[in-house]
Design a protein around this ligand. Structure first.
Ligand code: ATP
Ligand code: MG
Length: 419
């Protein structure tokens, strides 16, 4: 062990476990790549004000969870706590919204940082795959994203997740509701911080998980009753499109999300095997965000799915991903056979076969141990006597059968066997 450890709240992804993370990222991005979403990558840090304005001054993310730093040049930066603000910033900066048709559809995958209290499913460094559809107001777009996330989870083999769906209204109906909710909250017995939150962002009080708060919220006015006709119609259409796609969801009129920028459609994916960190992903419509960060009006919708919690959900359900062995063919070179088998391995790799060879001048026993450990389907073993006869020994690692094959033909034979 070295003197150093991974920082608190972080962990390393190491093989073979790390293969699961790659598989999850692939499974989540696969449906997006088939649906017109282009890959976007933004820096790991941004101007701190992008998040302060974009995510919201009163959110937990901005008030408590951001890693901020001042550079030697005096710039105030933050490690990115989430993806949406950065992706929208990048799209605006590149004028993607002017370049072609709308919506601009983008997907991303990467690391995010939040200074949180570490626990199972909650880390200070975690990874997300996300998608954003920028610049169009169309219920089909909201539905598309929910359907694609559902498809991703099902492809992975997840079953015990639920989709919670709500509408948060828009700039017309939400202020009226906000007033009504604030009036109600002012009559409750709340702690100082919650009273402050009720004044800045009363909807988020509904999201308070503490039983003593939840009990008092029993008679709170619900946004559903205040939705304007346009929001109602929009929400109905989203629901109808998802239903028609065969995706089941639950209406959750208490669902509000931690970020300030959401309007209309909001949703969360929860998994019942994860205890208190039950949200595996979430998202919604954010029609006002572009203007909040200095851009034109660009109604948009998106989601982010947490890779770490998705892996935990797979484990909770006992799903084994079908991850192919890293190596198909393992070469064991004895005596002077090394250059020949090294050449064979290079040739196999070029033709797309995962191949490896024993290193470090091991004898037959040690090298066969390596072959076993690699999980290879076949071993190719050769020593001086084999080479003199122009053959190698091809061993089937499952049956244990071994037979000589002409050196000149072995690559072709392996390609055929592995096809
Ligand atoms: P929570 O309510 O659990 O704090 P959140 O609302 O802050 O979640 P989002 O900002 O919507 O989460 O992020 C989307 C997804 O990213 C979450 O559903 C979760 O899977 C993942 N995620 C968020 N924060 C963390 C974290 N600290 N550690 C691991 N995964 C996280
Ligand atoms: Mg959070």
């Amino acid at each position: 062990m070295s003197t150093f450890k991974a920082p608190k709240g972080t962990y390393d992804l190491i093989p073979p476990y790390s293969a699961k993370y790659l598989a999850v990222r692939d499974a989540i991005s696969g449906p997006l790549r088939l649906s017109g979403y282009g890959y976007v990558e933004t820096p790991g840090f941004e101007d701190v004000d992008l998040f302060a304005r974009g995510v919201g001054e009163s959110t937990d993310i901005v008030t408590k969870e951001m890693y901020t730093l001042t550079t030697k040049g005096g710039a105030n930066l933050a490690l990115r706590p989430e993806g949406t603000a950065s992706v929208l910033r990048a799209a605006l900066e590149a004028n993607l919204h002017k370049a072609g048709g709308l919506p601009v559809k983008l997907w991303y995958s990467g690391s995010y940082y939040r200074y949180e209290r570490p626990q199972k499913g909650r880390y200070r460094h975690f990874s997300q795959v996300g998608a954003e559809a920028i610049g169009a107001e169309d219920p089909a777009l909201d539905a598309e994203l929910i359907i694609l996330a559902d498809q991703a989870y099902r492809t992975l083999g997840l079953r015990n997740f639920r989709i919670l769906l709500n509408s948060l209204g828009d700039q017309e109906c939400r202020p009226v509701y906000r007033e009504a909710l604030q009036t109600f909250l002012r009559g409750l017995d709340l702690d100082e911080e919650t009273v402050r939150r009720a004044e800045i962002n009363p909807l988020r009080v509904l999201d308070d998980k503490r039983p003593e708060v939840q009990k008092q919220l029993a008679g709170a006015p619900m946004l559903r009753a205040y939705l304007c006709d346009a929001c109602k119609a929009y929400h109905e259409e989203v629901r109808a499109l998802i239903t028609a796609a065969g995706v089941t969801f639950e209406d959750d009129e208490k669902l509000v999300r931690g970020l300030d920028y959401y309007t209309r459609t909001t949703f969360e994916f929860v998994h019942d095997g994860l205890g208190s960190q039950s949200a595996v992903g979430g998202g919604g419509r954010y029609d006002g965000l572009s203007e909040m960060i200095g851009g034109p009006a660009l109604p948009s919708v998106g989601w982010a799915l947490g890779v770490d919690r998705t892996v935990l959900a797979l484990e909770a359900e006992g799903v084994e991903l079908d991850i192919p062995a890293a190596t198909s063919v393992f070469a064991v070179a004895l005596g002077e056979a090394k250059p020949v088998l090294f050449g064979l391995v290079t040739e196999l790799r070029k033709s797309g076969i995962a191949a490896d060879i024993s290193y470090g001048g091991k004898g037959l026993k040690g090298a066969m141990k390596d072959a076993n450990r690699s999980g290879a389907r076949f071993a190719v073993v050769a020593g001086d006597r084999d080479l003199a006869e122009g053959v190698v020994q091809l061993k089937d690692m499952e049956s244990g059968e071994q037979s000589p094959v002409a050196l000149a033909e072995v690559a072709e034979v392996l390609r055929a066997k592995l096809a």
